[in-house]
Design a protein around this ligand. Sequence first.
Ligand SMILES: C[S@@+](CC[C@H](N)C(=O)[O-])C[C@H]1O[C@@H](n2cnc3c(N)ncnc32)[C@H](O)[C@@H]1O
Length: 489
Amino acid sequence: MIYKLSTILRYSTLSSHPMARRKRTKKIVKNLKVHGIADKGMAVARDEEGLVYFVKGAVPGDEIDMLVLRKKKGFQTGIVNDFISYSSKRIVPVCEHFGLCGGCKWQNLSYPDQLHFKQENVNAAITRIAKLNDDIIEPIIGSKLTTFYRNKLEYSFSTKRWLTDEQIHSDATDLQKPALGFHAPGTFDKIIDVNKCHLQDDKSNKIRNWFRAYANEKNLSYYDIKGHNGFFRNLIVRNTTLGEWMINIVLGENQKEEILAICKKLIVDFPFITTLFYTVNKKVNDTILDQDVICYHGPGFIKEKLGDLTFKIGPKSFFQTNSTQAKVLYDNVVSFANLKGTENVYDLYTGTGSIALYLAAHCKKVVGIESVKEAINDAHYNKELNGITNADFLVGDVKDVLTPTFKDKYGHPDVIVTDPPRAGMHKDVVETLLELKAKKIVYVSCNPATQARDLLLLSALYDVTRIQPVDMFPHTSHIESIALLELQA
Ligand SMILES: C[S@@+](CC[C@H](N)C(=O)[O-])C[C@H]1O[C@@H](n2cnc3c(N)ncnc32)[C@H](O)[C@@H]1O
């Protein structure tokens, strides 16, 4: 079976959608040919007049009738009402949770097809938003690993399990069970109970399932996301290609004896765990960035190797989640920057300083800027660890740190590397870059649309000469894209 319409209807929010409640006449758009993929697992279709439709439940190549759920200026979103024909591109997803879990929405497309559609998305952003010619775009670089490629997963415990339609309509009487796994798409309190996930090394599955068994055996409670009570809350599992494992058990209640007993048994049962933390988080939100993370076992970090460099990753540090492909990404940044050893480089949104440190061997000096203090602490540590003496790191919002006088202290930049979050660069940062007039900018982005928006602004002074899409996240719509900008003569 490749497709469950009932499942898609179940999690499509159809029943809770205001249009459904008001009993408006259903609008069905007939005979749409689906041709592309978009964010959040939506497929894209266009009608004969060129109107755009984002549809849940279809893949490129399907012909469908779409039930419209929302109309916006210029596009409509909805779900498949009927299939006229199925795409020949459909394949059987490898994961038993496919269709419910939001993690790997394109597992029903072959990997070469996924890459094809990701490339099209970069091309569309570059041509339509940045108004550039697509001949500057290189063929996408695919990920060597397409399963078990992530080095970090965050699981949630919840008193509320997400139920499938089949379960709801079954005679089973034991459905009000807690769950340990991932949030169901579009819900904040319902969790899909995960048995096997194909994103992180299988040891991650074993650890997660151990917690389920342990909680059952000891009758320990799961977190009630609405009531804000309950013991087990989140489980963060990180690993590296060096075989190091870091676990952070996040609890909603401070039952010290119980917590210590869990930690003790966990490292006996999983001796490969190199660092074990626990965190008591009684706040309403899940973030642990502002919480005390207590180290029970190990050095308090894991190490990852990218090329010749070793990186320390702490419990609050950002690190690229596909390590193998991160090296490919950084090698392409080095190639675009084409440093001769004499340059002064800025690395904006530096995280744990990984790009800056990767470039240090190729330039005279580099300065990285990042807003998360703990990540900058790691960057300093990583600098020492790798014996690097020509890198500096500063904490703060790039828009505040990169003032017009910044260059007086840190030197005029020859090359700027920028790797902002999905929202892209703040417009003040773009303006500062235009004022700085570095010879080259290498713009790394996880969102081709905001990258293209910023490229259009930077085109006032720069020629965008190359774009290299890199796939870091197989089976998702995410795509990384590196752009090379060269200052106009
Ligand atoms: C896409 S990550 C890039 C990290 C790093 N370049 C790497 O390859 O690992 C974006 C980083 O920007 C940081 N960040 C987000 N907004 C920021 C801001 N306004 N100023 C400085 N850093 C910011 C995030 O904490 C995150 O570490």
